[in-house]
Design a protein around this ligand. Structure first.
Ligand code: F6R
Length: 243
């Protein structure tokens, strides 16, 4: 794992956007794996700025998102499809029909997961997978477990994740209890993985991800075994490592 230490969120976003931009320039028809949450918002803003300056062209890019809440449709402002449209897809020239997010409206979990796996197989290998890090070490919605799930599956969100996400909903009761997520196996098969981590509240878990044993109890720790995983952490997030 390569770890870049940057000063703050601003620098983190700049660096992450630079790496993604390089990927898009090197391979205009690349497949980007994308994440939602607060960590990548600045990165998407920077990518949008580059696009507006004419430095980036997304017209041949395909994207696959990590996850979606079960039960939320694209018009729900808490759905991950809504988030992606707002923060990136509607701001750049990516063809909407090549942006994929698991279908939260499919009530049959098996069907939803199978359909997303078929999309992932069709799209082929992800060139660059962007990730945020959950406080419990989750990537996508792969929560601490006794194994690393391979492909797309339906998960019950942990209490910690429900608590962390309730700030975005009118009340805790409105937070969906389940989500569809890409598996750890799929994430590990991406050619490059880029993790953006900011803030002191992530310091403890980030030190386990980087220095701790590889264990499904800390799902992101498996990235230690990825041949091309890059972590960009700000000073606060890396404050519990010796980097
Ligand atoms: C989002 C996702 C999650 C988040 C993680 C960190 O698509 O899959 O794993 O990346 O929960 O969220 P933030 O960035 O809000 O701290």
């Amino acid at each position: 794992m390569k770890v870049y230490k940057v000063k703050d969120y601003q620098e983190l976003s700049q660096k992450a956007a630079g790496i993604i931009a390089a990927q898009v320039i090197l391979k205009p028809d690349c497949v980007l794996g994308l994440a939602t949450g607060s960590s990548p918002i600045g990165t998407y803003d920077k990518l949008t700025e580059m696009y507006e300056k004419g430095e980036l062209d997304f017209s041949a890019v395909t994207t696959v998102n990590l996850d979606e809440y079960k039960g939320l449709d694209s018009s729900n402002d808490q759905s991950y499809r809504y988030f992606m449209n707002k923060h990136l897809f509607e701001r750049v020239n990516i063809p909407m029909e090549r942006t994929y997010v698991p279908d939260g409206t499919e009530a049959d979990s098996d069907k939803a997961c199978q359909a997303y796996n078929e999309i992932l197989h069709k799209v082929g290998m992800v060139d660059l997978q962007l990730l945020g890090l959950g406080h419990d070490g989750h990537i996508g919605f792969n929560e601490p477990d006794d194994h690393f799930p391979d492909e797309t599956h339906c998960v019950d969100l942990t209490e910690q994740t429900i608590q962390a996400n309730k700030r975005f909903f009118a009340s805790e009761a409105d937070v969906p209890r389940q989500a569809y997520t890409m598996g750890v196996g799929t994430i590990m098969r991406a050619k490059m993985v880029l993790v953006v981590v900011s803030g002191e509240d992530k310091a403890e878990i980030l030190s386990k991800v980087i220095n701790g044993p590889v264990t499904p109890q800390v799902p992101a720790s498996i990235l230690q075994f990825h041949p091309n995983a890059v972590i960009i952490g700000d000073e606060a997030a890396l404050s519990k490592t010796n980097l």
